[in-house]
Design a protein around this ligand. Structure first.
Ligand SMILES: Nc1ncnc2c1ncn2[C@@H]1O[C@H](COP(=O)(O)OP(=O)(O)O)[C@@H](O)[C@H]1O
Ligand SMILES: [Mg+2]
Length: 153
């Protein structure tokens, strides 16, 4: 699935994204600095009507959001691996536990720990087309690993 959209249409794209994502829970967000990973993740959280985060996304590696779906309390983890140095540090933060928890995990800088992503993960490739326009590709693990999207990463 591919979207090309302006910033003002991101809320609509976020709703379509969740429909396209089906029952997947782990999402790896690829794209250069400033591509729109954090902005897109914020819109995806808003589309699920999450509660305010307990902590500021700027300072923590893992941000947990609560939301309700089918009258059940659920969680979304927004994880940013950017500042983590090595596998040991990644282990210590509990990121792997989040990824295997069954809750939705939206992960920035997945290249820091590719071993976190198995075949059930979906990959989100964000490409700037102009100042306010972006392309988002939602790919299966197989599509991501067998096609060459290098020009976008
Ligand atoms: N269509 C768009 N979708 C997402 N972000 C956009 C779009 N157009 C412009 N932007 C801007 O691009 C910037 C992306 O920053 P950010 O989300 O922090 O990037 P990243 O997390 O990939 O480093 C934000 O300032 C955002 O407002
Ligand atoms: Mg970011």
């Amino acid at each position: 699935m591919t979207w090309e959209f302006m910033l003002e249409n991101l809320p609509r794209v976020a709703n379509e994204f969740w429909t396209a994502a089906g029952s997947a829970t782990v999402f790896a967000f690829h794209g250069e600095m400033g591509a729109g990973k954090t902005t897109t993740i914020a819109a995806l959280c808003a589309a699920k009507a999450v509660d305010a985060p307990a902590s500021s996304p700027t300072f923590s590696i893992i941000n947990e959001y609560g939301y309700e779906e089918n009258e059940q309390a659920k969680k979304i983890f927004h994880i940013d691996l950017y500042r983590l140095k090595d596998d040991e540090e990644i282990e210590a933060t509990g990121v792997a536990d989040c990824v295997s928890s069954g809750s939705i995990c939206l992960v920035e800088w997945p290249g820091k720990a590719p071993w976190l992503f198995d075949r059930s993960a979906l990959h989100v490739v964000i490409t700037p087309l102009s100042e306010r326009q972006r392309r988002i590709r939602l790919l299966s693990h197989n599509e991501f690993t067998t096609n060459s999207f290098e020009e976008d990463l």
